[in-house]
Design a binder for this molecule. Structure first.
Ligand SMILES: C[S@@+](CC[C@H](N)C(=O)[O-])C[C@H]1O[C@@H](n2cnc3c(N)ncnc32)[C@H](O)[C@@H]1O
Ligand SMILES: [Zn+2]
Length: 399
């Protein structure tokens, strides 16, 4: 019998295995704990609660599914913190997880609204959705969500459903293993001063290709990059016409690691353009990422609704949540320009990094747009080319 300990997240109290007994170096819980729970993923769950609440303002949600549920904390938080008349299906392959999730559901008296099933996620997504499709599927695996994507997309309501995806396989997505990214995500990763954005775009590119294969279009509503993972919330619906049109949002990113000039090219209209390096003596070879999603990944009304939902009970959420939402709202209109990490720019050009706000002011004075980004506190989004960013920094540092 596994000994369980009580934890609280948001407005929800639940039981799970004692995390301290199963924590490796750097405070990361080990995957061999009797039932997996990672307190550091709280912000992921906080935002998932808020984005489900925001999504339900405009969409009917009757049935949600978490096929990799662990202790059940995530679904329990949805049921307890997001008001609505919907039911939940929780699955896991681990019998201790099933026992724990069942206990957690019973403690809240949610037996009438929630079922807990033991089995393989892919099988259960396919079989349990045959009678009634899911309006929200939340995939929160160890590593990559890609193995579950086809079943998850096929299990969603064809009129439209919400897909939540977590990916923790950052070495593949962030350019340490570009070929692994190609194998799993259908696109090469590379190291870049906007590497976490490439990670998000590779994941969205894979979601697009699997949705498209099933005759569906996608609309990313929000993405999160923090700690050791990325997360995406995507509206998926059956529409071959929209899916065909979205082929224009698949492209490649080409980067020179010396001058940091970056070009994004749509795959469909690919032209062998001359790559315009921004300083002399750049090496001839450039690096590529993709094919990947080059379209937008924030929906302003979803972000604003999530903020309103948060403000109704702000003390329930991690204190970083309002700032993250604020930054997402700030950067949403400039996501066609990959964020630039100022420290990496300064390293490449041998400059000392000035204050981010001073660089932004300098760019705005020159007529460019400049925003902060939730991806990194040392990065900006701007429509300015790299030579303009460098010139502003040189002016500030007198270099
Ligand atoms: C990262 S944990 C889930 C954590 C949970 N969603 C949360 O927010 O706390 C991944 C879970 O997937 C389960 N799992 C792994 N492979 C599975 C499979 N093929 N089918 C169903 N569950 C699986 C593991 O037992 C583990 O509980
Ligand atoms: Zn160059």
């Amino acid at each position: 019998m596994t000994s369980l300990k009580e934890y609280t997240e948001g407005r929800t109290t639940f039981l799970t295995a004692d995390v301290e007994e199963h924590t490796a170096e750097k405070g990361q819980p080990t995957t061999d704990m009797p039932v997996f729970y990672n307190p550091r993923m709280r912000i992921n769950r906080d935002l998932s609660v808020l984005f489900l609440g925001a999504y339900m303002k405009d969409h009917d949600v009757k049935l949600i599914c978490e096929p990799l549920a662990g202790s059940g904390v995530r679904s329990l938080r949805y049921l307890n913190e997001v008001p609505g008349e919907y039911d939940a299906l929780l699955c896991d392959v681990n019998p201790v997880a099933i026992e724990t999730a069942t206990k957690n559901i019973e403690r809240y008296g949610f037996q009438d609204r929630a079922r807990v099933l033991k089995g393989d996620a892919k099988v259960l997504l396919m079989t349990e959705s045959r009678g009634k499709r899911f309006d929200f599927v939340d995939i929160d695996p160890f590593g990559s969500p890609v193995p579950y994507l086809n079943a998850a997309i096929q299990s969603l309501n064809p009129k439209g459903g919400l897909l939540g995806l977590t990916a923790t396989d950052m070495p593949a997505l962030c350019g340490v293993y570009p070929k692994v990214a190609l194998r799993k995500y259908g696109g090469l990763s590379t190291r870049a001063p906007f590497v976490h954005e490439l990670a998000v775009r590779l994941l969205l590119g894979r979601v697009y290709s699997i949705a498209a294969m099933n005759g569906c279009s996608i609309k990313p509503l929000a993405v999160l990059s923090t700690d050791h993972y990325i997360r995406a919330w995507i509206h998926v619906k059956t529409s071959r016409t929209e899916s065909n049109a979205q082929a224009d949002s698949i492209g490649t990113v080409r980067l020179c690691r010396s001058c940091l000039h970056t070009e994004i090219s749509p795959l469909r209209d690919y032209k062998d353009s001359v790559f315009e390096h921004k300083r002399e003596n750049c090496p001839a070879d450039t690096t590529y990422a993709g094919p990947l999603w080059t379209g937008s990944f924030f929906d302003l009304s979803t972000l604003k609704s999530a903020m309103l939902f948060h403000n109704e009970e702000s003390s329930a959420y991690d204190k970083r949540v309002p700032e993250l939402l604020e930054l997402m709202i700030e950067e949403h209109g400039l996501v066609m320009y990959p964020y630039m990490d100022i420290h990496e720019v300064c390293d490449a050009y041998n400059m000392t990094p000035p204050k981010r706000s001073d660089i932004m002011d300098g760019l705005i004075t020159k007529g460019y747009q400049a925003k902060r980004t939730h991806f990194r506190s040392t990065a900006i989004r701007t429509d300015a080319p790299i030579d303009a960013i460098v010139s502003v920094i040189r002016n500030l540092t007198g270099g």
